[in-house]
Design a protein around this ligand. Structure first.
Ligand code: NAD
Length: 290
C-alpha cells in the first residue's frame, strides 16, 4: 500500500512557520495583510475566498476585501487594483479568476504590482519562476507540490520527473520548479505519444491533466511518488483527482489523496506568500533607510 502524502501533515509544520513569521512581523509593528478582489458572485470564487479568509485569520494575517459587481467596468477593476498596489498596509493581492468575459484578463492580471502578486498570476512572476529568480511569487499550486516533496524529504536531485499537463497555472511552472530542484523533467500533454510508457519511466509524477481518472494502473510502477493536482466531483458527488486512486495506491510508493492532498496546502502557501511579501517589503524599507 502506498504511503499517503497528506496535506494536513504538511500544513501542520507550514502553518506553524507562517504563524511564527507573522508574529515576528507584528513585533516590528507590521501586520501582514491580504487584499482580495472578487468580481461577481461565482460560487467557486466565494468558496475559495472563504477558505483563504479563514486560513489568514487563523495564521495572523489580516484581510481586506473589494467586492465588485459582475458587470464592473475595466476602469473600476484597474483602479481597485491600483489602490491596493499603493496601499502600504496591503502586502499581497488575490484577484479571483476567471474574470467575467467582458474584461481583458491579460491587462487586468498584469496590473497587479509584481511584489504583491502572491498568487503568481502576472507575467513577471512567471518570468521569475522560469529564471529561478524571486521576482514576485510562483503560483500557489506548483509551490504546494514542491512543499509536499520537501516536507516528506523527497530529494528531486537526479530523479526523473514527469509532469502531465502544460498549463501556465500548474504544468509549466511545476516543471520549472522541479528542474530548479535538479530533477530531469519531461512535460507531457494531450499530444504526447505513448503516455503510459513515458509516465512509467518517472520517479516523480505530477498529474495536472484536469481529467478525472486520467491516470490508472497502466501508467504506474513500483517506487513512484505521485502528486495528484486534479480536483473533480465524480458521479457519486464525491471529490476525486486525475489519478485512479484505488489502482495507484496498490502500486506506487507514495501518493497525495484527493481530497486531503495538494489542495489544502495551496491555501497555506498563499498565506505564506503574504507573510513573505511583508518580510520583503520590510527588508527593502530597512535597506532604504540605511
Ligand atoms: P488545464 O485544463 O488548464 O490544463 C490541463 C493540461 O493537461 C493541458 O495542458 C492538457 O494538454 C493536459 N492534458 C489534458 N488531458 C490530458 C491527457 N489525457 N493526457 C495528457 N495530458 C492531458 O488545467 P489546470 O488549470 O492546469 O488544472 C489541472 C487540474 O488541477 C484541474 O483538475 C484543476 O481543477 C486542478 N487544480 C487544482 C489546484 C489545487 O490547488 N489542487 C489548483 C489549480 C488547478
Amino acid at each position: 500500500m502506498a504511503r499517503l502524502l497528506l496535506g494536513k501533515e504538511v500544513n501542520a509544520s507550514l502553518n506553524e512557520e507562517i504563524k511564527e513569521r507573522a508574529e515576528k512581523l507584528k513585533g516590528k509593528g507590521i501586520t501582514p495583510k491580504l487584499g482580495i478582489i472578487r468580481i461577481g458572485e461565482r460560487e467557486d470564487d466565494i468558496s475559495y475566498e472563504r477558505g483563504a479568509v479563514k486560513r489568514c485569520e487563523t495564521l495572523g494575517v489580516e484581510v481586506e476585501k473589494a467586492l465588485l459587481l459582475k458587470n464592473a467596468e475595466e476602469s473600476e477593476v484597474l483602479s481597485t487594483i491600483d489602490k491596493m498596489n499603493r496601499d502600504p498596509k496591503i502586502h499581497g493581492i488575490l484577484l479571483l479568476r476567471p474574470l467575467p468575459k467582458h474584461l481583458n484578463e491579460e491587462r487586468i492580471v498584469n496590473a497587479v504590482a509584481v511584489e504583491k502578486d502572491v498568487d503568481g498570476i502576472t507575467d513577471l512572476s512567471m518570468a521569475g519562476v522560469f529564471m529561478g529568480k524571486k521576482t514576485g511569487f510562483a503560483p500557489c499550486t506548483p509551490s504546494a507540490c514542491i512543499r509536499i516533496l520537501e516536507h516528506y524529504g523527497i530529494d528531486c536531485t537526479g530523479k526523473k520527473a514527469v509532469v502531465i499537463g502544460r498549463s501556465l497555472v500548474v504544468g509549466k511552472p511545476v516543471a520549472m520548479m522541479l528542474l530548479q530542484k535538479n530533477a530531469t523533467v519531461t512535460i507531457c500533454h494531450t499530444r504526447t505519444k505513448e503516455l503510459p510508457a513515458v509516465v512509467q519511466e518517472a520517479d516523480i509524477v505530477v498529474v495536472a491533466a484536469g481529467k478525472e481518472g486520467a491516470v490508472g494502473a497502466e501508467y504506474l510502477r513500483k517506487g513512484q511518488i505521485v502528486l495528484d493536482v486534479g480536483i473533480h466531483v465524480n458521479e457519486a458527488g464525491k471529490l476525486c483527482g486525475d489519478v485512479k486512486f484505488d489502482e495507484a495506491e496498490e502500486i506506487v510508493e507514495a501518493i497525495t489523496p484527493v481530497p486531503g492532498g495538494v489542495g489544502g496546502v495551496t491555501t497555506s502557501i498563499l498565506v505564506s506568500h503574504v507573510v513573505e511579501s511583508a518580510e520583503r517589503i520590510q527588508l527593502a524599507d530597512r535597506q532604504r533607510a540605511k
